[in-house]
Ligand binder design. Structure first.
Ligand code: C2E
Ligand code: CA
Ligand code: CA
Length: 686
């Protein structure tokens, strides 16, 4: 719009007009007056200073174009300077009494001027193109404003100077034409200044507009930014909520629980007590399995609602996953915590209406009181978990407070679990066999396979110790399969030779495996032992449990095995406190009377034997042979014989032993069958 070139040109004209005024007043007017030239001469004489002024204007233009100050341009400027100085000296000299030495100086300056022009022409930077100037500079610098102010004063100052310096007898002050040139020049100067200032004003206006536009744009951007910031904050809040809450119930999650505990623990002083409850629903898995996951979710929501009603807003209620909930109580007396835990347990027993059905639940609760200031949230959670685990093992539907012994028990459990896994991997396990004998003849009719684990450094570990660990960790499944295969392989020889059977213990976990029957039948086929030779021992509680569950899968597996000729014995019979009438509904072939019901030696009254007698009679009536377990003395054997118990097992006859020991025992007690005879006989043999 307003080319920088036009501004520079105007500036050059302003300076030139000012100089012209000064020149006229102090140089040419005295010169013309002094020389008294007439005709065309004055016009000719004036041509020099006019061209000087034009040259000066050019020089100013170069000078004001900051970007055009190349070395060659500087030389040209110097040349013009020398030329103007020479001309000025000439006129000044000519206006007074001419001086020879000034004339020499004039000529010197003119020559210098030509020389400088020549050098500039040869300078390699002559063709140096000007860089585009920086248009963003201030439209009028303070220095230039000052210069313009001075320029406006030059006209009047020169006029006054001209009048004041006129010598007596000089020009006539009443003749107006003497003042016409300086007045015109100073008028032109004023016009130039106005033009220049209007340019400045337009630039300033343009800049203001630009600034306004930018301000609006900046305002808009600031608005956008604020909006984005708000969205981000909302998102952050949402993310934080998601990160700290359970999506299903909206309760706190493990992270938030830990955070709250951490905070409470950090400001714990001597007397403050907290409590942490861990709650697990009993039988939730069954609800999930039978009613579906939708109903499971509905149930969890109802449970969360029920819990919310019982706790105060200051307490932290969390869902840790699955059907496990936690409640952190700050600043609470131990009795209050126990009371609340019992209240919750009671509330869980009220049936819930899920999908139009009443669902009955109960809860196991582990409770830990936190009084030790060194306890961390992780410690508290771990202790509460141990207490919960104890509540589950203790029979569910109970509140179990944490006790320090639980920690040692858990450590022992982990140690056993790890050791057992390792033992299975490195073949550290063995199977021993204990004969089952016919009381009337003392002949072995079967052997019971019993798992043995011996640690080189610690010696043998009792199955009573490690079997429950194996069951809980699920290790019993590979372990049981291993025992079955090994025992069937060992027993095959004894079956062939003496016609005796093999009994193998089976845990509930194994029985619940969908392919249990397949595994047994496959093992028998692979090892070459007929199904008739195998008896599976299943405890009374497991058998009744699987009948109760109504799932029927376990029972169906047993039925299928029985169809193939495998027999089922109830192990530890009598310890399950079940009614004897139950027996009729179970797929059973043999009863194993638990050691605690085998008549004690010595002063045993006939009452003590009542149960044993009842069981034996029941067995006889249902044609189920009975095996008395844990027979240690001759007297016990005699009593059992009198009661009509056909079979027995115990240290009296033989302790469980490895294959070679059993080989010797059997060789002593049994006679070998003729090689072509198929095994026949009494008792547990089919
Ligand atoms: P159980 O099935 O009742 O096995 C009989 C237990 O009584 C054996 O203990 C045996 O050594 C012991 N015993 C035998 N005669 C006498 C006696 O005259 N007096 C006394 N006091 N004890 C006698 P063991 O071998 O320590 O096994 C303990 C339990 O571990 C077994 O009880 C059984 O429930 C379980 N078990 C052992 N091996 C296996 C296995 O391979 N699989 C499964 N699932 N459980 C097993
Ligand atoms: Ca057994
Ligand atoms: Ca037993």
């Amino acid at each position: 719009m307003f080319g920088r070139g036009r501004r520079v040109l105007l500036d050059a004209f302003i300076v030139t007009a000012a100089l012209a005024t000064v020149d006229w007043v102090f140089l040419f007017h005295p010169y013309l007056h002094h020389t008294g030239l007439t005709g065309l001469a004055p016009a000719l004489a004036l041509a020099y200073p006019l061209f000087d002024l034009a040259l000066f204007a050019c020089a100013m233009k170069v000078l004001f174009s900051v970007s055009a100050r190349s070395p060659a341009n500087r030389l040209v400027l110097l040349a013009i300077g020398a030329m103007l100085a020479g001309n000025t000296l000439f006129f000044a000299n000519a206006a007074g009494a001419p001086d020879r030495s000034v004339e020499v100086l004039d000529n010197g300056l003119w020559l210098a001027s030509y020389l400088l022009l020549g050098v500039a022409g040869l300078h390699p930077a002559l063709l140096w193109t000007a860089r585009p100037g920086d248009n963003r500079r201030t439209p009028l610098t303070a220095r230039r404003t000052m210069a313009f102010a001075v320029a406006t004063l030059i006209g009047p100052a020169c006029l006054l100077g001209m009048i004041a310096t006129t010598e007596p007898g000089g020009w006539d002050r009443t003749e107006w034409h003497h003042l016409a040139v300086p007045a015109t020049l100073s008028g032109a100067l004023s016009v130039l200044l106005v033009l220049r200032l209007s340019l400045v004003a337009r630039v300033a206006q343009r800049r203001t507009l630009e600034l306004d536009r930018r301000t609006v744009e900046l305002d808009r951007q600031a608005g956008d930014l604020a909006e984005a910031l708000r969205e981000r904050q909302a998102l952050e809040q949402q993310l934080r909520h998601h990160a700290l809450h359970d999506p299903l119930t909206g309760l706190a999650n493990r992270g938030l629980l830990a955070e709250r505990m951490e905070w409470a623990f950090s400001r714990r002083d001597g007397g403050t007590r907290h409590a942490l409850l861990l709650l697990d629903l009993d039988g939730f898995k069954d609800v999930n399995d039978t009613l579906g996951h939708g109903s499971g979710d509905e149930l969890l929501l109802d449970v969360a609602l029920r819990l919310r009603e019982l706790v105060s807003p200051a307490d932290t209620l969390a869902r840790l996953g699955g059907d496990e909930f936690a409640l952190f109580l700050e600043d609470v007396e131990p009795v209050q915590a126990v009371d609340l835990a019992e209240q919750i347990r009671g509330a869980m027993k009220v049936p819930l209406l899920i999908g139009g059905r009443d669902v009955y639940l109960s809860a196991s609760i582990g409770l830990v009181q936190i009084t030790d200031p060194r306890v961390t949230p992780q410690d508290a959670l771990r202790d509460a978990d141990l207490a919960l685990y104890a509540a589950k093992r203790g029979g569910r539907d109970r509140v179990t407070p944490f006790r320090p012994e639980m920690r040692a028990a858990r450590e022992a459990f982990t140690w056993l679990a790890d050791g057992l896994r390792h033992a299975l991997a490195i073949d550290q396990l063995a199977v021993h066999y204990q004969p089952v004998v016919e009381l009337s003849s003392g002949r072995a009719v079967a052997v019971e396979a019993l798992l043995r684990w011996t640690l080189p450094a610690r010696g043998p570990i009792s199955p009573a110790e490690f079997i429950p660990v194996a069951e809980e960790t699920g290790l019993i499944i590979p372990l049981g399969a291993w025992v079955l295969r090994r025992a069937c392989a060992d027993a095959r020889r004894w079956y062939d030779r003496y016609g005796i059977s093999l009994t193998v213990n089976v845990s509930g976990r194994q029985l619940a495996e969908p392919d249990f029957a397949d595994l047994v039948l496959r093992t028998l086929t692979e090892v070459g032992l007929p199904p008739e030779a195998l008896i599976l021992e299943i405890t009374e509680t497991v058998l009744i449990g699987s009948a109760d569950e109504g799932a029927g899968r376990s029972l169906a597996a047993l039925e299928r095995l029985r169809e193939h000729g495998v027999r089922i014995a109830i192990d530890d019979f009598g310890t399950g406190y079940s009614s004897l009438s139950y027996l009729a509904q179970l797929p059973v072939d043999i009863l194993k009377i638990d050691r605690s019901f085998v008549p004690a030696t010595g002063a045993a009254s006939s009452d003590d034997h009542a149960f044993t007698r009842a069981v034996l009679q029941l067995g006889a009536s249902r044609r189920l042979p009975a095996i008395a377990e844990g027979v240690e003395t001759e007297e016990q054997a005699r009593l059992l014989r009198e009661m009509g118990c056909p079979l027995a097992q115990g240290f009296l006859f033989a302790r469980p032993g490895p294959v070679d020991v059993v080989d010797a025992t059997l060789a002593a007690s049994n006679t070998e069958l003729p090689s072509d005879d198929s095994p026949v006989g009494t008792g547990v043999r089919r």
